[in-house]
Design a protein around this ligand. Sequence first.
Ligand code: CDP
Ligand code: CDP
Length: 224
Amino acid sequence: MTKKINIAIDGPAAAGKSTVAKKVAEALHYTYIDTGAMYRAATYLALEHGVDLEDAHAILEWLKTEPITLSYTEKGQHVFIGNKDVTELIRTDDVTNHVSIVATHAIVREEMVKIQRDMIKQSGVVMDGRDIGTHVIPNAEVKIFMMASVEERAQRRYKENVNKGFEANLEVIKEDIRTRDKIDQERKASPLVKAHDAIEMDTTGLSIDDVTEEILAIVSKKVM
Ligand code: CDP
Ligand code: CDP
């Protein structure tokens, strides 16, 4: 049997992390863990209860009262707050526009990382986020830092929204991505930065299949 490893995929918004991570996990029969969904759920929880998003202790209090859990079915990852499935609810613009603020808080991050580390006790995980290779799984056998130009990333998100039938404005999306990247890169707690041993992958102009194949080739060398 081939050895199972852990794969960390980090990078800025709309670089293609989750789409590619899902495909890599499918091909390898690994579990795909979307850590961004947990920060989104924490944001949803705080917004729902009218908590001041700068108040890390108040957010943490709610996280202890109504814990976030993840479960996995054939359809993929489901996110729960208490017993409520919030998988779809955490994708609204309201959550997207506030999530990076919530993710700046060290004590909120610690709570999320505890849950994430519990899930990697067995290998065979593809986890994506911003601090996976640097902090959550520093010993991951494969680390990818995925990027693409901000123009291309905004185009991708724009197309995604149009295909879903949502209203979309390319300039607004570009600005949102820039703002979120800046907050993620400049925060003190586990900022978005390439791990020293991560492979940098510029996916500008590359298709989802191209990037997936490239990662699978890197993995196959590691598990041989
Ligand atoms: O919209 P997109 O898929 O790019 O983002 P996401 O992966 O859902 O993550 C949403 C936000 O959560 C990011 O912009 C970060 O502020 C935060 N995040 C983080 O700080 N650390 C992680 N490991 C994952 C996400
Ligand atoms: O997870 P992250 O925010 O990094 O990005 P994503 O949600 O996986 O990808 C954002 C959008 O770009 C999705 O609609 C993907 O289908 C698309 N995409 C693409 O067109 N080409 C790629 N090489 C990767 C993603």
